[in-house]
Design a protein around this ligand. Structure first.
Ligand SMILES: [Zn+2]
Length: 344
């Protein structure tokens, strides 16, 4: 995929490099190939649309609007469940409604933020998108979820996906980290952190008890994998002949320097992911409190990194913010970055 890294994040939850690999490993599987083509098409369409995005979505009461594409590929689809509507009985619709609400609550309670744009943007989502569609994406305006083909992927309406994709909206409206190389891996990292925290906060799970997985429950039965990524143990999330193995590095010594995946945005995010997980686990307790205070200020706050930040810049900025907000945690922060080979 030839992505212009200056454009906003309009990619799917399953990155192009992984879709390519799965299509290669499953040459007879049309669903995999079709998803790859559709994702590319949607990406290009999203770029064309993005001029209108802010106009269309800015402001509002922060309502949930879940639509059903009824296996077609037009957005947004038929009204399925809007704010205040009763449960529909379709688990996918009702879960999307619930998870969108969890993201909204997390933003409000933890960040004091009125929806993704800070101005009450409605939280729109379309489920049952296409047939056997193996992806989910945020297009700057709404979320879209496939059902998965049942052979490699299950439904994409799972918590980790909703929080992760929506957090890209938050990043877009704040630090605007370029979707390329290390700044892009930090952009991906922030989405993984928020996705994990939404789940921890909703279920009141402490850092030391959390699974630290991104996209848990996504792989179909028979695929050897726990999730799409493992924040605490990057590179160990999956390993199967149908999908290949998890390429994430857990240390700067193994930093990916190739050209694939916009120069490794979903690959190298393993490094800051591990630093955050180790920090939160060392601090113990609710990761959405002190650990995220430091990360939120660094990624989204008034003393945040610039849009071209490298890992070292981000780590240095966490130290600055840690000293200002939680000076007692400085040693734990240094130790966490040291586990991935970054000295602050
Ligand atoms: Zn992402």
């Amino acid at each position: 995929m030839s992505h212009d890294h200056k454009k906003k994040h309009l990619d799917g939850f399953i990155p192009g490099h992984l879709l390519h690999r799965i299509a290669r490993l499953n040459p007879g599987d049309l669903a995999c190939l079709q998803t790859l083509l559709d994702t590319e098409k949607l990406y290009l369409k999203g770029i064309k649309q993005q001029g209108n995005v802010r106009q269309l979505t800015a402001g509002g009461p922060g309502d949930r609007k879940i639509y059903d594409a009824e296996n077609k590929q037009s957005l947004p689809g038929k009204r399925a469940r809007f704010e205040g509507d009763a449960a529909t009985g379709d688990t996918v619709v009702d879960n999307a409604y619930k998870y969108h609400g969890e993201v909204r609550k997390f933003l409000k309670d933890i960040a004091g933020r009125d929806s993704l744009d800070g101005k009450g943007m409605n939280l729109i989502g379309t489920v049952h998108y296409g047939r056997n569609y193996n992806n989910a994406f945020w297009n700057g305006r709404q979320m879209t979820y496939g059902d998965g083909d049942g052979r490699i992927f299950r439904t994409f309406v799972i918590r980790g996906v909703v929080g992760h994709e929506m957090a890209h909206g938050w990043t877009e409206h704040t630090s605007g980290l370029e979707y390329y190389a290390q700044p892009g891996a930090l952009n991906e990292h922030l989405s993984d952190v928020v996705g994990a925290l939404v789940e921890m906060y909703a279920d009141n799970i402490m850092a030391e008890d959390f699974h630290w997985l991104v996209g848990q429950g996504l792989w179909a039965d028979g695929i050897n994998g726990r999730a799409l990524r493992d924040m605490r143990n990057p590179g160990t999330a999956y390993d199967d002949p149908k999908i290949g193995s998890d390429p994430q590095p857990a240390h700067m010594d193994d930093l990916y320097t190739g050209w694939s995946d916009n120069r490794g945005v979903h690959i190298n995010s393993g490094i800051p992911n591990k630093a955050f997980a180790e920090f939160a686990i060392a601090v113990t307790g609710p990761a959405w409190k002190a650990p995220f205070d430091v990360w939120m200020e660094t990624g989204f706050g008034s003393n945040r990194v610039g849009n071209k930040a490298q890992f070292q810049d981000f780590a240095n900025k966490t130290l600055e913010n840690c000293r200002a907000i939680h000076p007692d945690l400085e040693d734990k922060l240094r130790a966490a970055w040291a586990t991935v080979g970054i000295t602050i």
